[in-house]
Design a protein around this ligand. Structure first.
Ligand code: BDR
Ligand code: CA
Length: 311
């Protein structure tokens, strides 16, 4: 199995991503590192533990990381995810422990002990923890097989400002460090996630599982959809973060281009914009695979098949 670290700010879509990873034997989740994002850190680390317990994996290592971006005040997204970050179903507090070590220290220790190119990083929130680890310990780079992250958007525009996607906007300086790291990078932007929207049939497939995981996933999705339906008048919502995990399992569901993407860190107007050289009009060196298309039916079929494996 492929070793992965999930860095996350749950978030209903983060929750589905974590469930998908834990349900998939192709992946070994070495640990989950929480970061401040959709809601503050004390909630994201707690939510990560709730999700692991729901999945039936209470032995998963969960760490709390950075409680604010490198260089800016924290911006949160309760308007999308609700007060707890996981609004929707009633949730009991987790009983499994939070690890004592700081997430950034654990990422560094784990990568220092890992063989060459043996760990894939899966950031699903602002990139603060990952950037801090890379900056403090550049010697960890050889252990990283690749980084597959959800963030950014180009043709679709932004979802937190007209030009910025939330994860990149919250910590653009961290994103800049990651995009300039020279590491193999795959990006799941809004351009692609907005092509795989939830629908009644797709959510009913979760509900029909008749398990706690199926019911919670349906209730999370119901809550999460409300925002897009009301705000954009769309019929469903993109489940952004599980695309990262789906890509590791079934890369053929996705297509994009290897291009240069730079992060705006100066202008308040366009702060956090992912400036994507899709048409290759510059001679800037490509630094990532920027996805643009997804087989939406294949993606939701994978989610339904895998989540049904959990209790
Ligand atoms: C991203 O921001 C968060 O609200 C979601 O969890 C996702 O990671 C989408 O812009
Ligand atoms: Ca997220």
């Amino acid at each position: 199995a492929r070793n992965i670290i999930i860095d996350t700010d749950p978030g209903q879509d983060d929750a589905v991503a974590i469930l998908l990873a834990l349900a998939s034997p192709e992946l070994k989740v070495l640990g989950i590192t929480a970061v401040a994002g959709n809601v503050p850190l004390d909630l994201t680390q707690k939510n990560a533990r709730i999700i692991c317990e729901l999945a039936g994996f209470p032995d998963t290592l969960v760490f709390a990381g950075c409680d604010r971006p490198i260089n800016r005040a924290l911006v949160t997204a309760e308007h999308v995810h609700g007060k707890t970050g996981l609004d929707g179903p009633q949730l009991a507090p987790p009983t499994m422990a939070l690890q004592d070590q700081h997430a950034v220290d654990w990422i560094i220790d784990t990568l220092r002990a890992a063989p060459l190119a043996s760990v894939t990083l899966c950031p699903l929130g602002p990139l603060t923890n990952i950037a801090m680890a890379l900056q403090r310990a550049p010697d960890i780079k050889p252990a990283i097989a690749e980084i597959v992250l959800m963030g950014g958007g180009f043709f679709e525009g932004g979802n937190i400002t007209p030009t910025a996607e939330f994860n990149i906007y919250v910590d653009p300086h961290a994103a800049d460090i990651v995009f300039k790291s020279g590491l193999p990078l795959t990006v799941m932007p809004l351009d692609m996630t907005h092509k795989a929207l939830t629908s009644k049939a797709r959510v009913d497939a979760f509900r029909a599982m008749g398990t706690d995981v199926g019911r919670m996933t349906a209730e999370w999705t119901d809550f999460f959809e409300r925002f897009d339906k009301e705000k954009y008048g769309s019929l469903g919502a993109p489940l952004h973060d599980p695309t990262v995990i789906a890509y590791l399992i079934q890369p053929e569901l996705f297509s994009g281009r290897i291009i240069n993407v730079e992060i705006e860190t100066q202008s308040e107007l366009t702060m956090g914009m992912t400036v994507a050289d899709w048409w290759r009009v510059t001679d800037r060196a490509p630094n990532c695979t920027f996805m643009r298309d997804i087989d939406a039916d294949g993606f939701f079929a994978l989610l339904a098949e895998r989540l049904a494996r959990l209790g």
